[in-house]
Ligand binder design. Sequence first.
Ligand SMILES: Cc1cc2nc3c(=O)[nH]c(=O)nc-3n(C[C@H](O)[C@H](O)[C@H](O)COP(=O)(O)O)c2cc1C
Length: 220
Amino acid sequence: MHYDSLKNEHGLPYDPFKAIVAPRPIGWIGSRSLIGVYNLAPYSYFNAIADKPHFVMFSSVDIKDSVKNIEETAEFTVSLATEDLFDHMNGSSVPAGSDIDEFELAGLKPEIGQFVSAPFVSQAAAALECKHWRTIDLPNVDRDKGTGNYLILGQVVGIFINDKFIKDGRFNASAARPLVRLGYMDYGVVGSENTFSKNRPKLGEDGKLQPVEEWDGVYR
Ligand SMILES: Cc1cc2nc3c(=O)[nH]c(=O)nc-3n(C[C@H](O)[C@H](O)[C@H](O)COP(=O)(O)O)c2cc1C
C-alpha cells in the first residue's frame, strides 16, 4: 500500500504510523505544579535532540498536566523507564486529576533534583534534570481549548546515574533494560540479547567503504 497520510487513507483498523516509527524511547516526565503537587507521566513522542548543550523534547496531545506544570514552573525531569518499573510506568499514565500525586499513585518514591526542584523517580537507573526552553505549538493547536499537539523542548542541566549501572566507564544501558514503545499496545526492552557494537566504516583510498571492524572500545 502507499497512501495519502494527510487523509490517513490506510484503510487499516489502526493508524500504522507509530508502529513504523519504532522503537521510541519513553520519556518518563516528572514535574511539579505551582502549588507543589508532584506529577509523573510517560511520553513516547520523546527523544534526545542535541549534545553540547544537551536537549530533549517530548510532545503532548492536548495540554496535559505535564505541559501545564512545565510551562508554569519551567522545570521537569526525565526518568529512565526500565523493564522492572513497567507497572509503575504504565500506572503513571492514568488520567489522574492535577491534584493527585502520581508518584504516590504509581507506588514510586520521588526524589527532588539537585539542579531543578522537579521530582524524578528515585528507583530509576538514570534521570535527566531539565529546564524548559520553549514550547512549539504544532499546526492547528487551540490553546484556549487546550487541544492539539505541543512540543516541549528542554535543556538538560543535571544528570543522575545510579552508579550500579556504570561499567568500564560507560552507562550500561543494556543492564538497565530500558523499555521502548512500539506501535499499538506493544513494547520492547533493550538488553544484551538484542544489542551489539560496531565501528563506523572508513573510506578506503579506492573511494570504497572498507569492511567494518569489530569495535575496539574507542568511541569516535
Ligand atoms: C508508554 C506510553 C507513552 C505515551 N506517550 C504519550 C505521548 O507521547 N504523548 C501524549 O500526549 N501522551 C502519551 N501517553 C499518554 C500519557 O501518559 C497520559 O495521557 C497521561 O495521563 C498524561 O499525564 P499528565 O496529564 O500527568 O501529563 C503515553 C502513555 C504511555 C503508557
